[in-house]
Write a protein that binds this ligand. Structure first.
Ligand SMILES: [Zn+2]
Ligand SMILES: [Zn+2]
Length: 219
């Protein structure tokens, strides 16, 4: 798990460093827009991390998770179930709780920091689902944190500003996983109510919410 935490931090630092290196090439207007966006997005991150630490500590003191880990196949099923819930939770936000989820959609730019721009209420709900499912499925604390890192890294990846190369491998991957090209459609005002998937893109295929035009772009 420590390795995954290190991977998560390393990815975040690499993305920040890449942007800082690119910063001098931006115009004055682009620089000020980026600083404005980043200060707000990182403020969300600080609040959410503090909240997650405080509430997470309280929850973990009041519940007891298994110490022995479940099998790898069981873990995959656990991830599938979490992602299925997150898909419907996302649809629910768009349909019924838009004022909360709107914070994530109110950014004028698109880069990895958008994955940090989450309303604190949404963070608490996300944590609640995570702990509830983990507890009901009797996964170990190690597996719960492992899953949390997978979803956090995925959030960074799906909000990358870079277009993925149009290769057969990546086209195939897009049919299974949500990549930034896929999730960008979700943030496009011209494509409302599509591509709600978090980790797996096939929920959108199954429930008919794949963005129109997505397949044209990827073939
Ligand atoms: Zn959304
Ligand atoms: Zn997003």
């Amino acid at each position: 798990m420590t390795y995954f935490l290190m991977a998560e931090v390393a990815l975040l630092l690499t993305l920040i460093a890449a942007k800082i290196l690119f910063f001098p090439r931006l115009s004055v207007g682009e620089k000020s827009l980026l600083l404005e966006r980043w200060s707000l997005n990182f403020s969300y991150e600080i609040v959410n991390r503090l909240l997650a630490f405080l509430v997470g500590t309280l929850i973990l003191r009041s519940i007891s998770l298994e110490t022995a880990s479940q099998s790898a196949i069981y873990f995959v099923f656990y991830i599938l179930l979490l992602d299925f819930i997150f898909y419907w939770r996302h649809r629910f936000y768009h349909r019924w709780l838009w004022p909360i989820h709107q914070a994530h959609h109110s950014d004028s730019g698109y880069d990895f920091t958008l994955s940090l721009r989450i309303h604190p209420v949404e963070t608490l709900v996300q944590m609640g689902f995570f702990v509830l499912v983990s507890s009901l499925m009797n996964v170990s604390a190690w597996q719960m944190f492992f899953a949390a890192h997978i979803f956090t890294i995925q959030a960074l990846i799906s909000h990358l500003e870079y277009k993925t190369p149009n290769t057969a491998l990546l086209r195939g991957l897009k049919k299974i996983f949500v990549l930034s090209d896929t999730h960008r459609f979700h943030h496009d005002d011209k494509n409302p109510n599509c591509n709600f998937g978090f980790l797996f893109s096939f929920w959108d295929t199954i429930f008919g919410t794949t963005a129109k035009g997505q397949h044209h772009e990827s073939t």
